[in-house]
Design a protein around this ligand. Structure first.
Ligand SMILES: *Cc1c(COP(=O)(O)O)cnc(C)c1O
Length: 419
């Protein structure tokens, strides 16, 4: 079905995710990684069950960071033994929830976090593995959204771990058996990716000397792809060979799984599978400036940019690509959403072929950090419909609901089991 047929059948705004694109991205990422390596899909990018299920059946593990993501991964068929719970603010309740669901692998960010996980594991009467998240002492040059090498809420500084390794060993039930070295995001050139992995491997080699043998080294990821803009997902043709050489050199037994090497990716795996279809609701001129009002805005896309915590995303919003009639005249227009705030602006100076009420438009490359990274509850518009297609065939249609449930006023409101 083409975008016009999809929009007519299911309405707009609509997120459309194509499983064929997910499979292609998975194949390209596998080709960029050394073999053997484990690969975690980071549900933060898009927890839609059909995408998680597709990636799990291709062989991905799951990197999750909340009780909701634990449940989403397991509901989509990920084996609990293949789930890694990460994040700097894991509460005892969240860890206990994960343990009850069978999760046994935790990334830990500090001695306090390690002790809390250890205590929860002991109370649960089980055993678990902890990967210690380490923050590099130096930033990696060329990295954009750096999550390491600077002051950071993520992980423990490498110098701290090296100075006081006794604080980072864990307990007999929940020992530190690995490292978690996720450093940054959206890197699109092989040289920067490789530099980052060199830093990660160097840390692993040093930390291993003080903590003893490690069974898993998660080298992170950060594989980039365009977000909400036109452009093709990059490939990294010589990365696998160069990474294999790096590992042969520094961790010579990695091919035998000593340690096992793992990677994580969210956006690369699902970014280009997704398109947001929307329609023009109104077109009007104000004081000489044209405004095109859409049926979608920062409540559905780019909410994090709407908060001005990131540079504005300036999405490409244009007619769906497979429309072959030649555009008439192109006009310059402000492109705004339906929310009652001037922050709901995609662009002040978009160029569009004569928009009219009803015109169908599309934002490409929004399979990652789209709907669930947005301000869905703000102003209470319905969520876009989410349509999963496999090539040309729709395979699932759903809509997220935000529901308020009443709770008893005379009882604790603690979330019972993560829901
Ligand atoms: C966000 C995040 C990821 C995924 O990042 P992408 O840029 O989507 O690949 C992976 N690991 C951790 C720890 C993260 O916080």
């Amino acid at each position: 079905m083409n975008p016009h047929e999809l929009a007519e059948r299911y309405g707009t705004p609509a997120y459309v995710y194509d499983l064929a694109a997910v499979r292609a991205a998975y194949a390209d990422l596998r080709a960029a990684l050394p073999d053997p390596a484990l690969l975690y899909y980071s549900l933060k990018a898009n927890p839609h069950p059909a995408l998680v299920d597709e990636l799990a059946s291709l062989g991905c593990r799951a990197e999750v960071s909340s009780t909701g993501e634990v449940d989403a991964a397991l509901a989509a068929g990920v084996d609990p033994a293949a789930v890694l719970l990460t994040g700097p603010g894991k509460t005892t309740a969240a860890v206990a929830h994960a343990l009850r669901r069978g999760v046994r692998r935790f990334s830990v960010d500090s001695p306090a976090d390690l002790n809390r996980v250890g205590a929860a594991v002991a109370r649960h009467g089980t055993r678990a593995q902890c990967l210690l998240r380490v923050n590099a002492d130096e930033p990696v040059s060329g990295m954009g959204l750096a999550m390491t090498g600077t002051a950071s809420q993520f992980g423990a500084d490498a110098s701290w771990v090296l100075r006081r390794p006794e604080d980072f060993r864990g307990s007999p039930q929940a020992p530190v058996t690995g490292l978690h070295l996720y450093m940054g995001s959206n890197l699109t050139d092989t040289a920067t990716l490789l530099r980052q992995f060199e830093v990660a491997v160097a840390i692993a080699v040093r930390v291993r000397k003080v903590l003893g043998d490690l069974t898993e080294i998660d080298l992170g990821g950060g594989f980039g792809t365009p977000y909400a803009r036109d452009g093709a997902r990059p490939t990294f043709p010589d990365l696998a060979d160069r990474l294999a050489r790096l590992l042969d050199d520094r961790l010579p037994d990695w091919r035998d799984g000593a340690p096992r090497i793992s990677f994580e990716s969210g956006r690369y795996l699902v970014g280009d599978c997704g398109t947001l279809l929307c329609r023009v609701v109104d077109v009007k001129s104000s004081k000489g400036q044209l405004f095109t009002v859409l049926d979608t805005g920062v409540n559905h896309l780019g909410g994090m940019a709407g908060l001005r915590r990131l540079p504005p995303i300036l999405p490409s919003v244009r007619p769906p690509v497979d429309r072959d009639d030649t555009p008439t005249e192109v006009v310059r227009t402000g492109l705004v959403g339906p929310l009652c705030t001037p922050l709901d602006t995609f662009s002040r100076t978009a160029e569009l072929p004569a928009p009219r009420p009803g015109t169908l438009l599309a934002v490409p490359n929004v399979g990652a950090y789209g709907l669930t990274a947005s301000l869905l509850a703000f102003l209470g518009h319905p969520a876009p419909v989410e349509v999963v297609v496999d090539g040309d065939t729709p395979v699932s249609v759903s809509r997220l609901l935000l529901d308020r449930v009443d709770l008893p006023v005379d009882q604790s409101a603690a979330v019972p089991s993560g829901r």
